[in-house]
Design a protein around this ligand. Structure first.
Ligand SMILES: [Zn+2]
Length: 269
């Protein structure tokens, strides 16, 4: 446990200042949320429709306040253990990028020819979409990363598995991330089609911290398998600025752990 905590602190400690700077709350997110269906209630990251109120905004959002296995959480409590390998079968593929008023989402084309997937505990999950939060949603001992990206996957039976990757500031542009960061100014009601090199967007080391949680946006549905990568990906300051410029403060606060297990992988897949 001590080794675990120390290792995390080594990685995360330099992020405190950046998080403090980026974490300052911003004004309203901008225009109305074009992509929400007429039936879903409007929600936001601050004010009267902010995270503390999500559960009361609509009956279908009740889990946001009544749930007992909500995300994100602080991952500092993780226990090191040996976990089954996470197999990542990503390949470059076409995406449609849109700004839904809460984040900028890259949705994978449904063509099976270039579909990416992961395999976890014998179940295959297909990559559906990727989006970001700035600053991060998950924390380690209270420390935020400047941004966190979520790769959302679904199994044939509808179960969701999300891979979280922290983005931190390095010295140069990350080439594979440029294809996405260049679309972040897409604006609402616009769509940009591009190709993402999914494999190159992940850290080289596939160690993960795993727990059972939920969607971090309304309706906060539970039963989501979370895998947060242990190693961050470094992007440039300019790339991080593009995230913040698109949506700043679009993160849900950490939720109660309750009686959940949080496990950190020691094996190298
Ligand atoms: Zn997310």
């Amino acid at each position: 446990m001590a080794l675990f905590s120390h290792r995390r602190l080594m990685i995360w400690a330099p992020l405190v200042l950046a998080a403090a700077l980026i974490g300052v709350s911003c004004g309203d997110d901008g225009p109305p949320h074009a992509s929400e269906s007429k039936d879903s209630a409007h929600w936001s990251y601050e004010g009267a429709e902010g995270p503390a109120a999500w559960g009361e905004l609509a009956a279908e959002y009740a889990t946001c306040s009544t749930g007992s296995a909500q995300s994100p959480i602080d991952l500092g409590v993780a226990e090191i253990t040996v976990l089954p390998d996470l197999l990542i079968n990503y390949r470059s593929g076409e995406v449609s990028v849109t700004d839904n008023g809460h984040t900028v989402q890259a949705t994978a084309a449904s063509s099976s020819a270039d579909s990416s997937s992961i395999s976890l505990d014998g179940t295959e999950f297909t990559l559906l979409q990727m989006h970001f939060h700035a600053p991060s949603e998950h924390t380690i001992n209270g420390v935020f990363a400047p941004a966190e990206v979520h790769f959302v996957h679904r199994s044939e039976t509808g179960e969701l598995a999300v891979i979280g990757v922290m983005l931190t500031e390095g010295t140069t542009d990350h080439a594979a991330w440029s294809a996405y960061t260049e679309t972040l100014s897409v604006g609402e009601e616009q769509t940009i089609t591009t190709t993402l090199e999914w494999p190159a967007m992940l850290p080289g080391d596939a160690l993960t911290i795993r727990y059972a949680g939920s969607l971090t946006t309304p309706p906060c549905t539970e039963g989501v398998r979370w895998l947060v990568m242990d190693t961050p990906v470094e992007v440039s300051a300019a790339q991080l600025a593009a995230f913040v410029e698109a949506h700043e403060g679009n993160h849900r606060p950490v939720q109660e752990l309750n009686d959940r297990e949080v496990l950190a992988d020691t094996s190298r897949g």
